[in-house]
Design a binder for this molecule. Structure first.
Ligand SMILES: Nc1ncnc2c1ncn2[C@@H]1O[C@H](COP(=O)(O)OP(=O)(O)OP(=O)(O)O)[C@@H](O)[C@H]1O
Length: 408
């Protein structure tokens, strides 16, 4: 999902309009010059998104409050996590355009993260990390040392990149105690992870699903410009690196996704005149075009967001913009960035424990075989044939029951 939030800070004229799903920007470059009948340049640039919010003036009838934003986005984050999907929600936009306001809010007007945390009773663990200067710090770790406590990022072959040794606080209660901490820290890149684990017994069949909510507040998007504070200290350069790499990752993923969907439509056209199933692998036309390499590992931010950006996650990007003419260039760049991100196609799946899933499937199979066995016994019209089948089915039921036993 792509969301545009138009916030405060107005210097100059208002040049942005937000309809329900369209953000329109008046082109000040055209505005400022004399037009003739030959001038065909677009005066308004329009960008379509899943939601567009206007939060400039609280008196305005179309003003979107924190509650409205939570009802649209927060609830879909929670329902996705309860279904077992990994969810990532990240805020991108110019400095001062309202990223932190949207993600965290203020004590008087709380934002998405505290609302999401306070709404759930199923929350089991949460962790709070800061990525700064290409280092990961645990914001829940009490450190008396002068040197900040840094953590390493590693990659699990199945669950993807993770931070080794991060503190995961159990249950919802400590969240309330830590809430003040969330408001007092103002860092460049913040990442808030919530882990859900649900054990369900439905029709006597067990199922266990785990999901993760990843809430990310990025640094100001002007730093995504490679020339921004080029010769300054390492700190600035590293924040640049994160956002520049994020930009490259997003545009490469978008290109790959577009290539994938165009391949699919080419394949379906080819298949219309051809009854044989296509053997093309996804992302290749006649096996010749290859997906471009995605440089996730070029920055800690993109490495940690690997799954959220191009893998097993439902991802929501919130792009925040200022409505003022003075921010024209940054606003257009944010909207183009967001439009590009819209082309990325992820493949989220429900995260179910493999052993528990197997047990459930075996039990389903046992039930199915038992039902078949019963119907054979009831019919029993041809004893010799039925005895044979009966024996096979009983054998299958026993085998499956033994397999289920191994997992207990
Ligand atoms: N929709 C809004 N309604 C009321 N105040 C807002 C809104 N959006 C932003 N603000 C206020 O504007 C100021 C800047 O917003 P905020 O800190 O969220 O920007 P940011 O995009 O996170 O900036 P940075 O990149 O520097 O972290 C804050 O004082 C914030 O409370």
């Amino acid at each position: 999902d792509l969301i545009i939030q138009v916030a405060l800070k107005i210097w100059g004229r208002i040049i942005v309009e937000a309809d329900e799903k369209v953000a329109k920007v008046r082109n000040i470059k055209v505005d400022n010059r004399l037009e003739g009948p030959w001038d065909t340049t677009e005066k308004i640039a329009a960008f379509g998104f899943d939601f567009c919010y206007w939060s400039v003036d609280p008196e305005d009838p179309k003003y979107a409050s924190q509650e409205v934003v939570f009802q649209d986005l927060g609830t879909s984050v929670l329902s996705g996590a309860f279904k077992g999907y990994n969810i990532c929600l990240f805020a991108y936009g110019q400095t001062g355009s309202g990223k932190t306001y949207t993600m965290m809010g203020t004590p008087a007007s709380i934002g998405l993260t505290p609302r999401i945390c306070e709404t759930t009773f199923y929350l089991l663990f949460f962790s709070f990390l800061e990525i700064y200067n290409e280092r990961v710090r645990d914001l829940l770790k009490q450190s008396n040392q002068k040197k900040p406590y840094t953590l390493r990022v590693r990659e699990h072959p199945e669950t993807g990149p993770y931070v080794q040794g991060e503190i995961e606080v159990p249950e919802i209660q400590p969240f309330n105690r830590t809430r003040s901490l969330l408001y007092f820290h103002k860092f460049e890149l913040k990442n808030f992870d919530l882990f859900f684990l649900q054990a369900i017994l439905e029709n006597n069949l067990p199922s266990e699903i785990a999901s993760k909510i990843n809430l990310v507040d990025l640094a100001g998007s002007e730093r995504a410009d490679p020339s921004y504070c080029k010769d300054r200290i390492t700190e600035g350069a590293n924040i640049n690196k994160s956002l520049v790499t994020l930009g490259i990752v997003i545009s490469t993923l978008a290109q790959n996704s577009q290539m994938f969907s165009s391949c699919q439509s080419i394949n379906s056209i080819t298949n219309e005149g051809d009854n044989h199933a296509s053997s093309h692998s996804p992302g290749s036309v006649s096996g010749t075009r290859r997906q471009a390499y995605i440089p996730y590992r070029d920055s800690i931010l993109t490495w940690l967001l690997k799954d959220s950006l191009g893998g097993n996650s439902k991802t929501i990007m919130i792009a925040t913009i200022s409505p003022a003419s003075s921010s024209y260039n940054e606003t257009m760049s944010t909207l183009r960035y967001a439009s590009n991100a819209k082309n990325i196609i992820n493949k989220p799946r429900v995260n179910e424990d493999a052993n528990v899933k197997l047990i459930r499937e075996l039990r389903e199979e046992i039930d199915r075989l038992k039902t078949m066995l019963m119907s054979f016994e009831l019919r029993n019209s041809s004893p010799s044939w039925s005895d044979d089948k009966d024996g096979n089915l009983t054998e299958l039921v026993l085998q499956n029951e033994m397999k289920v036993g191994i997992f207990y």
